[in-house]
Design a protein around this ligand. Structure first.
Ligand code: NAP
Length: 220
């Protein structure tokens, strides 16, 4: 059975990624920080606690994984260097670990408007600028990558079957939102969709929007 790793697994998208991956029959290594609170939803995963800067520990955690899904992101705080450290430098550390361990497939949860300078979200430590740099490093890594850029993330778990995902290429969506569980599902679909390699995919969702898979959107 395929094993994937999920970093940021203690986060609100991360734990849903772990849960959805288990439901789809994958083994999962859930990577948390040493001090992360462990949310529900990780019960069926192998849990590994490490600092992403710990090269040996990260290599060891990735060793038997076929893919990495990155769901780390700076949490809101007064540390304005947080986005630089988490959304750029920690992405670089994860890319390097994948290259060391020959984990070729990487899906990165990024954000709409990633790479923009002029945006209100940049009041938090230029977060969109650093996310853009993280994406750039991944695109230049030689790995088989997909960047998923969601809109505003929602916690809702209700009526998800009524929500159709709105897909677009980079730079085509600026607003709207999407439940975190749908983001998790699109990331896992990307792992099953070779045509998503080397692509930035923007996603939001809308009730009543026609259901379309990632593969169908790319084919169209
Ligand atoms: N919030 C939004 O509306 C929105 C919109 C678009 C995109 N995004 C992006 O989507 C992604 C997922 O967002 P989310 O709201 O679901 O995440 P979240 O709940 O804020 O979780 C963030 C995760 O990153 C981890 N993390 C933070 N700093 C870290 C560090 N220095 N080293 C290692 N791990 C660290 C956290 O670990 P701890 O539990 O230990 O803190 C947690 O697991 C993020 O990249 C976010 O920026 C968010």
């Amino acid at each position: 059975m395929t094993r994937i790793a999920v970093t940021g697994a203690s986060g609100k998208t991360g734990w849903r990624l772990v849960q959805e991956a288990r439901r789809s029959g994958r083994e999962v290594t859930a990577i948390l920080r040493p001090g992360s609170a462990q949310p529900e939803g990780l019960e069926e995963a192998r849990i590994v606690r490490l600092e992403l800067a710990d090269r040996d520990a990260l290599s060891e955690a990735l060793r038997d994984c076929e893919a990495l899904v990155i769901a780390t992101g700076a949490r809101p705080s007064i540390d304005l260097l947080g986005p630089l450290k988490v959304d750029a430098l920690a992405i670089r550390a994860q890319i390097a670990a994948c290259r060391r361990t020959d984990v070729r497939r990487v899906v990165l949860v990024s954000s709409l408007c990633s790479g923009r300078w002029l945006h209100p979200l940049n009041l938090f430590g230029l977060i969109l600028v650093w996310k853009g740099l993280g994406e750039h490093w991944l695109a230049e890594s030689g790995l088989d990558w997909t960047v998923v850029r969601p809109g505003g993330l929602r916690e809702t778990e209700e009526d998800l079957e009524r929500e159709g995902v709105v897909f677009s290429a980079a730079g085509e969506q600026e607003s709207n939102n999407i439940p975190r569980r749908l983001v998790a599902r699109v990331c896992l679909d990307a792992l099953d969709t070779p045509a998503s390699i080397g692509r930035i995919v923007e996603i939001t969702s809308r009730p009543g929007h026609p259901a379309q898979s990632l593969a169908d959107w790319i084919a169209a």
